[in-house]
Design a protein around this ligand. Structure first.
Ligand code: BTN
Length: 269
């Protein structure tokens, strides 16, 4: 049994409640289940009942975790962080910015705790930057259900290289600047996201200039030649020049300007 596996422990609900209280998080209510098919599915069931915005779901293991583009998202028990946060959305205009906002909150939280540079790859992959190479350490899947939006966040915490699905992925624990626990990290992220969500929701229009600035300053995709694989299978090449007011990636291509609202982006060096 290797060292990192021995240290893996299930989430402790009491310790998480204390950490949330310490940070005066605006979102404090959560369900923690030892195993689930997917935290997003559990959150969908909660929505059928009356549920408060900001309620979140956690688990130590997902048997049917989902990623973007219909991929799976699974990890050995207790090695990873799986969160789904229930949000309310009254308009559809801002939907495109919710995953980007979650990315900003996660980048801000993790960067403070890490010894390496951490950036956002559009729309919301969190990548560790090492010698001009990018290693995915977290991803976000947004699902809309009636008037609710479920923001599902997966953070690679202490998987070994063999546990990770691709070579270009990493876990964060080895890069932390302190002995941060999963509970502390969750509380830091949830309180950061809650504060940002409330700021944006109370603004006359969103995304606010401050959110756009924070996103663009940390988005590794902007200014790069990219190729994007669309859900249809089509591939698009171009220079990523901007993020639109709806959260799309604006590309300069040989055929003119193209706006992407989904797709897998590959950065060319
Ligand atoms: C991606 O493909 O990058 C998004 C991954 C999102 C995974 C998280 S883990 C918690 C939540 N539950 C799921 O089934 N998926 C999301």
């Amino acid at each position: 049994m290797n060292q990192s596996y021995r240290k893996r422990a299930p989430l402790d609900p009491q310790s998480l409640a204390i950490e949330l209280e310490k940070r005066q998080s605006l979102w404090k209510n959560f369900d923690l289940e030892d195993e689930l098919s997917s935290t997003n599915d559990f959150a969908k069931d909660l929505i059928k009942k009356e549920i408060n915005e900001g309620h979140f779901v956690l688990t130590n293991f997902q048997s049917k975790g989902r990623g973007r583009q219909d991929r799976t998202w699974i990890a050995p028990k207790n090695s990873s962080i799986f969160i789904s946060i229930i949000l309310k959305s009254s308009t559809t205009d801002n939907l495109g910015w919710i995953p980007l906002m979650a990315g900003v909150a996660l980048q801000k939280t993790l960067q403070t705790e890490m010894l390496v540079e951490l950036k956002i790859k559009w729309p919301n992959d969190l990548v560790i930057v090492k010698n001009d190479e990018y290693f995915k350490c977290a991803g976000i899947l947004l699902e809309k259900v009636n008037d609710y939006v479920i923001a599902g966040i997966g953070i690679n915490f202490d998987q070994t290289k063999d546990d990770l699905p691709i070579n270009e992925a990493e876990s964060i624990q080895q890069y932390l600047n302190s002995d941060l626990s999963k509970e502390e990290l969750i509380a830091l992220f949830v309180s950061e996201f809650a504060a940002l969500w409330h700021e944006e929701s109370n603004a006359t229009s969103w995304p606010t200039p401050s959110l756009v600035r924070q996103y663009k300053a940390n988005c590794i995709t902007l200014g790069k030649e990219i190729s994007a694989l669309m859900p249809s299978g089509e591939s698009i090449q171009g220079l990523a020049k901007d993020i639109s007011v709806s959260g799309e990636l604006v590309l300069d291509t040989l055929q003119g300007e193209v706006k992407l609202n989904s797709g897998d982006v590959h950065l060319k060096h």
